[in-house]
Design a binder for this molecule. Structure first.
Ligand SMILES: NC(=O)c1ccc[n+]([C@@H]2O[C@H](COP(=O)([O-])OP(=O)(O)OC[C@H]3O[C@@H](n4cnc5c(N)ncnc54)[C@H](OP(=O)(O)O)[C@@H]3O)[C@@H](O)[C@H]2O)c1
Length: 237
């Protein structure tokens, strides 16, 4: 355990499963206090129970709503007394060729993956100024590599990488560090996937948790602002 993280407080969106849960688990193991949110309250509460409940706050929110995100961040600050880390992780994948893409596909993707991160970040800025804290966004390699059927997802993640880099420059004058992590394939429930043994070649959610701990414990002078991370071996087959 790294003592510098003990009793620090994190708010993580999409903490009920997948990458968000892996990050929550890693931070709890470091002695941090963690608030996790998601739309499905029962799923968030079950995740909190799996994390041991102690020092974990389960919150219902939808990142597409600025008001709900403000409320969730405020509840976290009220409960734990401060805020040191915001992880804007919640995201969805909707994949379709542009001629078949509906307005709903487009808006749900942009509203969650891009505007949702804006809402979370905005809600966290003032408390993070007080703690000289850290914002981490979870983008994707899809934020630099485009692919067929990816118009909405690529647009959201390219946008998110640009957004995160720009706010990194806006916020470092307040002592707030900002990084974006751009993962390749991670074994999660993303896009209705069910993780299985066949996913062993992929990055595991706890690996992203480990990476977040590395960032949070890096010396204060240094800021890896954009991190591409991919499986170290190709998929078999
Ligand atoms: N898995 C990959 O290979 C991969 C690779 C690169 C980047 N990513 C990114 O990693 C992030 C996490 O994805 P994941 O792979 O961990 O997927 P996941 O297993 O499906 O988990 C997604 C999480 O986000 C929450 N969420 C979704 N929409 C939300 C909303 N509107 N408001 C609040 N919470 C919401 C979900 O809970 P509810 O549904 O209950 O709200 C869940 O907790 C996403 O931004 C994704 O784009 C994933």
């Amino acid at each position: 355990m790294n003592n510098t993280l003990t009793n620090k407080v994190a708010y993580i969106t999409g903490g009920s499963k997948g990458i968000g849960f892996g990050i929550a688990q890693a931070l709890v193991q470091q002695g941090m206090k963690v608030a996790i949110s998601g739309r499905d309250l029962k799923a968030v509460q079950d995740a909190a129970a799996q994390l041991g409940n102690k020092n974990v706050l389960a919150l219902q929110s939808d990142v597409r709503s600025a008001a709900l995100e403000r409320d969730a961040v405020q509840k976290s600050v009220d409960h734990f007394g401060s805020l040191d880390v915001v992880v804007a992780n919640a995201g969805i994948g909707v994949f379709s060729p542009i001629d078949a893409m509906t307005e709903e596909d487009w808006h749900s993707t942009i509203d969650t993956n891009l505007t949702g991160v804006f809402n979370t970040v905005k809600a966290g800025i003032e408390p993070l100024k007080k703690s000289e804290g850290y914002i981490i966004t979870i983008a994707s390699l899809a934020g630099t590599n485009f692919f067929e059927n990816g118009a909405a997802y690529n647009a959201s993640k390219f946008g998110l990488v640009g957004f995160t880099q720009a706010i990194m420059l806006d916020l470092r004058k307040y002592g707030i560090k900002v990084s974006t992590i751009m993962p390749g394939s991670v074994a999660t429930h993303f896009n209705n996937h069910t993780p299985s043994d066949a996913d062993a070649w992929k990055i595991q959610p706890e690996d992203i948790g480990e990476l977040v701990v590395d960032l949070l414990t890096m010396n204060p002078r240094t800021l890896p602002s954009k991190i591409e991370v991919r499986p170290s071996k190709p998929a078999k087959g």
